[in-house]
Design a protein around this ligand. Structure first.
Ligand SMILES: C[S@@+](CC[C@H](N)C(=O)[O-])C[C@H]1O[C@@H](n2cnc3c(N)ncnc32)[C@H](O)[C@@H]1O
Length: 254
């Protein structure tokens, strides 16, 4: 029995390691260093990068295959009906979070997730919300400014509910995050690369103002923040760093 559970634990860890995007990224940066300026090395890194991208896409699509949802396909924000879209978005895309990467972030967060509601800032087609439903968050809120994506997200959640037999009770808000009054409840804000830095700065100020107006438990995970965004977060008098990795950063309210 002890041997069986040790084996099971080992296999779970090995599976997590094999599917780990962070380790992929780590391997890639080691490969880049090894390749240096050599042309052959650069080509090998290019191939490795292409292969990793394909594998990550394969793993992201696995969610849709399993649940009959449609979260994978990217979409240019400029092609969606977003009222008054800021031209600074340029060719910015909707793209889903990779589920393995999401699981890694959740595992690594030194927080009691059950103390927080999960707020997806730019919820897109709802993948992060559905993944978050597998953790003990108090509530799930998706804020997304494209009505088309909100519709797609709602349909996806319905399909996921049928596939899993669980009711998610997701609250959807179709609004610009910066214009939306944030819930004065304990919240973990999830930002999966939703905007360029020049816009991210307003989102951070919006969260800071909410913390100042309603002091409470707040955490924030930012995937793929721009260097300037990290500087702003690190300097915030309302936040302290919880975890910094090459691919994502987490903070909590002081
Ligand atoms: C990279 S996608 C991430 C989707 C989802 N969070 C996930 O991880 O699967 C970023 C999303 O943010 C949305 N978005 C960008 N700026 C926004 C804003 N100011 N208010 C609401 N949604 C926004 C975009 O429409 C897009 O769907």
């Amino acid at each position: 029995m002890i041997l069986y559970s040790a084996m099971e634990k080992f296999l779970r860890k090995a599976r997590g390691f094999a599917h780990s995007t962070t380790h992929f990224g780590g391997a890639l940066s080691v490969a880049r260093k090894l390749a240096g300026g050599s042309r052959l090395g650069q080509r090998a890194v290019g191939h490795l990068e292409g292969w990793m991208g394909k594998y990550t896409d394969y793993r992201t699509r696995a969610f849709d295959r399993k649940h009959g949802t449609d979260t994978f396909e990217r979409a240019q924000l400029a092609d969606l009906q977003v009222a008054g879209l800021d031209p600074r978005f340029g060719d910015w895309l909707y793209g889903p979070i990779n589920p393995d990467f999401f699981a890694e972030m959740m595992r690594a967060l030194p927080l009691r997730l059950g103390d927080y509601g999960f707020v997806d800032v730019g919820a897109g087609k709802g993948l992060a919300l559905m993944l978050a439903s597998e953790y003990p968050f108090r509530e799930l809120l998706g804020i997304e400014f494209s009505p088309e994506l909100v519709e797609a997200g709602k349909k996806n959640v319905e399909k996921y509910e049928r596939s899993t037999g669980r009711s998610l009770r997701v609250e959807w808000v179709c609004d610009d995050f910066m214009a939306h009054a944030l819930p004065p409840r304990p919240s973990l804000f999830f930002l999966n690369n939703p905007f360029p830095h020049s816009i991210a700065t307003h989102a951070i100020t919006h969260i800071e103002k909410s913390i100042a107006a309603h002091p409470r438990k707040v955490a924030l995970i930012y995937r793929k923040p721009h260097g300037e965004t990290v500087k702003q977060l690190d300097a915030s008098p309302h936040l302290r760093p919880l975890k910094s990795t090459p691919f994502w950063h987490a903070y909590e309210a002081v």
